[in-house]
Design a protein around this ligand. Structure first.
Ligand code: F6P
Length: 319
């Protein structure tokens, strides 16, 4: 292994930069040349590739976003696109790739691997929707951002005696809503994994009011549908003014938390180690606080288990 390439693809996640830094510095430490590929698979198709050095990754461990830039690339999904990528990999003399992103990115990596390229993947997505790993890089930072927002919304919720719905990201996964809802002391948590009953939510609003509660926070995952419809129903059934805040892309940015920086540093280091040991088609993860790696197949096909115990604790604590 003389030359490693690195790219970030799909939705960015805080901590990607810390992972890039780790991959670049571990490669150089081991005497391996490291090439940065810009804009994900797009840059791979177009040859947007430059050699990186120790200074390329200075002053980035604390920064959100990705210094390599990211994109979602439809062309790469075609056979022609794949062939273009394989050609560029050969032309630039890249022996192995470290690929950072979520499940869509991993599927692209699987195609490269099937075509004979040595590939290791690092899970980076705020959604935490990959079943084979307890956590993905970026998730905890997104949760911190959501909890910070919930705290601020709680202030105004109390001043006005309103119910406030805070919609968080996560696609089909309710983890951001679950974790931020519990850490933010939300009265209700609405996620795609648990069937929700509007009357239960309304009952909590009314009971809260009756015992003198001024604020009412509902953490809602974007995957459940229209937050405004839920707000309308709550107003209709409880007579309590209800507002919606959609946090949106604010959750994708910001300085990564310590947890994400450490996770990224460990995974970046391990990714290079795996490539140097001749491994391919592997995805890094963390289980029970241990960094581990599994087959890309397993990473892509392990169903995500929703933490129903944690959800139930949330329900108990918000009676
Ligand atoms: O997968 C990360 C994520 O932020 C999801 O939570 C969200 O649904 C989606 O990406 C938004 O995508 P985009 O940035 O392309 O609008």
């Amino acid at each position: 292994m003389k030359t490693i390439g690195i790219l970030t693809s799909g939705g960015d996640a805080p901590g990607m930069n810390a992972a890039i830094r780790s991959v670049v510095r571990t490669s150089i430490y081991n005497g391996v040349k490291i090439m940065g590929i810009k804009q994900g698979y797009n840059g791979l198709l177009n040859g947007e590739i430059e050699e990186m050095n120790l200074s390329s990754v200075a002053d980035i461990i604390h920064r959100g976003g990705t210094m390599l830039l990211s994109a979602r690339c439809d062309e790469f999904k075609t056979e022609e696109g794949l062939n273009k990528a394989l050609n560029i990999i050969e032309v630039f003399g890249i022996d192995g790739l470290v690929i950072l992103g979520g499940d869509g990115t991993f599927r692209g990596a699987q195609k490269l691997c099937d075509a004979g390229i040595q590939v290791v993947c690092i899970p980076c997505t705020i959604d935490n929707d990959m079943g084979y790993t307890d956590y993905t890089i970026g998730f905890m930072t997104a949760v911190e951002t959501a909890v910070d927002a919930i705290g601020k919304i709680r202030d105004t919720s109390a001043s006005h005696g309103r119910a406030n719905i805070v919609e968080v990201m996560g696609r089909g996964c309710g983890d951001i809503a679950l974790y931020s809802g519990i850490a933010g002391g939300a009265e209700s948590i609405i996620v795609p994994e648990v069937e929700f009953n509007i009357d239960e939510v309304c009952k909590k609003v009314i009971q809260g009011k009756n015992r003198g509660k001024l604020h009412h926070i509902i953490a809602l995952a974007e995957g459940i549908g229209d937050a405004y419809e839920v707000a309308e129903k709550i107003e209709e059934k409880t007579g309590t003014e209800t507002r919606v805040t959609i946090l949106g892309h604010i959750q994708r940015g910001g300085s990564p938390t310590v947890f994400d920086r450490i996770l990224a540093s460990k995974m970046g280091n391990k990714a290079v180690e795996l490539l140097l040991n001749g491994k391919s088609g592997r995805a890094l993860g963390i289980r029970c606080n241990n960094i581990m790696d599994v087959d890309l197949d397993e990473a892509l096909n392990t169903e995500k288990n929703f933490d129903i115990d944690l959800y139930n604790i949330g329900m108990i604590l918000s009676i």
